[in-house]
Write a protein that binds this ligand. Sequence first.
Ligand SMILES: [Zn+2]
Length: 156
Amino acid sequence: MRLSGRIEALTARVACRPAAGPAPPKPDWTRDRAAFLALVTEALRERMAARLDEPYGQDSEALSSWVGAPFARWVPAPAPGYRLPEALVRWVLEPPRPFWFGHHCGSCGLAVPLVLVPASDPRPLADLRAFPTCPACGGRTSHAANDRPDAPESRQ
Ligand SMILES: [Zn+2]
């Protein structure tokens, strides 16, 4: 089959594919920010709001990803009144180094930060995990826990 024929066949197959369900909601920073700040204890809420409103910096992308997804994808919406662990919020308010939210708790799905260390860093760290165990429930944190709550890494 010629390339143009293959492209036409693929296009026809994709066009006939049924929709997988309702489209996910579009990101809305104002809505996501308000919902996220409701998860922060009142004592730290104002400081976190100020942190989120800082000009673009080295942690901005990590913060915006946390606001949009403070839990793993398999976690249902938190119960009314749920608050993020203060230890986690305090760490993010004054992080010792740049970070990103690359780990989740294998038990409750809470997103937790990993420290970013460039290869040329004169102060390398043996452990990049800010929270090897979940500050909310004590579960093991891992990269795989974002996809599977029972990830093998979470049971080691
Ligand atoms: Zn947990």
